[in-house]
Structures are given as C-alpha cells and as structure tokens.
Design a protein around this ligand. Structure first.
Ligand code: ADP
Ligand code: MG
Length: 247
C-alpha cells in the first residue's frame, strides 16, 4: 500500500501542490487527472523523491524513495530531451538496476529481460534505433518496456496517452490490464476529460488540491469539471534530464 500524507510542493514561492493526501492499493488502475498545470507531474515527482516537498510518502510503511527499485516511472514525453544520443535498447536497459545494481554492466539476464520487454511492446526490431528518431508512440512503448523490464510493483506513468497512435494505445491498455491482474498498482496521469476515464478503477482529480478521489462515475460530474477546469492554469516545467529517471 502506498500512502501520501499532507504533501505540499513549493516552486520558489509558487504553491504547486497543497496538502495532498491519498492511499493506493495493490491491483488498482488509478487515473490522476486535472488540467495542464494542475500539479500532476509535480505530484508524481514528489512521490518519487525527485523534487523537494513537505509531507510523507510511504510504500509498505517505508519511505518510498528507499524503495525506488519497486517503482517504475514513465516520465512525460514532453519533458524529455530527445536529442540525447541513445538507442531504444539502451533506454530500456536503464531499467534493470534491480537486476544489475548501480554502475554494473548489464548481464545476460538483464539483456534477456529487456529483449522480452521490447518484444512485448513490439519494439524489438527497432532496438538499435536512436530514441530521438522514433515516433511518439514508439518512444512511449520503449519507456513502457523499460518499466516492464524493471519488474516493479508500482507504475507511475505521466501522460502516456498523449501524442501516440491507436496501436500504441491499444497495446498499452492491454498491458495495463495484465499488470493490474497481477496485483500491480498503476497511476496514470491524463489532462483529458472524457469517456476514456471510465477505464480507471478510481480517479484522483487534482488542481493544486486533491478535489476528488472516487470511482469515475462519482468524479466525472459537472461540478467537478467546473471546479478543476474552470480556472485556467498554465503549464510549464523544466525539461527533465536522463539523470532524473536513472535512479
Ligand atoms: P501538470 O503536470 O498537471 O501539467 P505540473 O506539475 O507540470 O502540472 O506543474 C504544476 C505547476 O507548477 C504549474 O504552475 C507549473 O508552471 C509549475 N512548475 C512545474 N515545474 C516547475 C519548475 N521546475 N519550476 C517552477 N515551476 C514549476
Ligand atoms: Mg504534467
């Protein structure tokens, strides 16, 4: 079980998250929704310990940042510098730190695990392609492969459905269903509002505050859309570097 208690994040005087508390259970597919600038990416990064915050995040009673290997993170594509000279396979290979340990060369098991994961997302044939030359959907699938290879318990995916093709969407949905059936917990960010949100077991509606936390039917009300999307928020956020998700 993952528990977030009174989490707040300040970016140089701007309160991006205000006192957010929530609990996630195993086997849940959770949608983290809210407009651009609502603080979704900030919440994910704060949970992972990538940015400074106030409050507590525990996983099975232990601070989450000490259980990083049990957590797979798929960052928002628009936050990544795609000019970095690295192949799809190398990106996916960044995952199995759980298998290889820090700063050790990946062994045969790790390589096999990455190959299986790339095959699962139908990207093995492009394993040696530079990541920057792939389409948005292909890049997203490589990041998903990296998460799968890690064999994590908790998956945090930031806007995985943005800017992808139908094939990638179908593939991701199938994989999410498999992971959920295996008792994994998945948190999927989305800034969109629509019927697709019914696919989640539960929705967390965020706009600086956690405005709602319930089944989709209960969250997707006119009042809530007004409360969350009524006031325009601007999005920004600095580019993430590879170092941000190496750990
Ligand atoms: P979302 O992912 O929901 O679009 P973000 O978490 O990216 O929202 O951003 C939440 C708020 O924090 C926005 O107002 C954004 O401009 C601000 N913000 C995000 N990252 C930074 C940063 N590195 N420095 C300063 N402000 C930031
Ligand atoms: Mg975001």
């Amino acid at each position: 079980m993952l528990e977030v208690q009174n989490l707040s994040v300040n970016y140089r005087g701007i309160l991006a998250l205000d006192n957010v508390s929530l609990v996630l259970e195993p086997g849940e597919l959770v949608g983290l929704i809210g407009p651009n600038g609502a603080g979704k990416s900030t919440l994910i990064k704060a949970m992972l310990g990538l940015i400074a915050c106030r409050g507590q995040v525990t996983y099975g009673g232990v601070p989450l940042r000490r259980r990083r290997r049990a957590i797979a993170y798929v960052p928002q594509r628009s936050h990544i510098d795609w000019d970095y000279p690295i192949t799809a396979q190398q990106v996916a290979m960044l995952a199995p730190s759980a298998l290889t340990g820090w700063f050790r060369r990946p062994g045969r098991t790790a390589k096999q695990q990455v190959a299986v994961a790339l095959e699962r997302v139908d990207m093995l044939h492009l394993a040696h392609a530079p990541i920057g030359e792939l389409s948005g959907g292909q890049q997203q699938r490589v990041f998903l492969a990296r998460a799968l290879a890690q064999n994590a318990d908790l998956f945090l995916l930031d806007e995985p459905f943005t800017g992808i093709d139908k094939k990638t969407e179908a593939l991701m949905l199938a994989i999410f269903a498999e992971l959920r059936a295996q008792g994994k917990t998945l948190v999927v960010c989305s800034h969109e509002w629509g019927d697709a949100l019914n696919r989640y077991d539960r929705l967390l509606l965020l706009n600086r505050h956690l405005l709602a936390n319930d089944i989709p039917q209960a969250v997707m009300t006119f009042d809530n859309i007004q409360r969350a999307y009524g006031q325009a928020s601007q999005s920004s956020g600095s580019k993430q570097t590879y170092a941000d998700f190496f750990c």
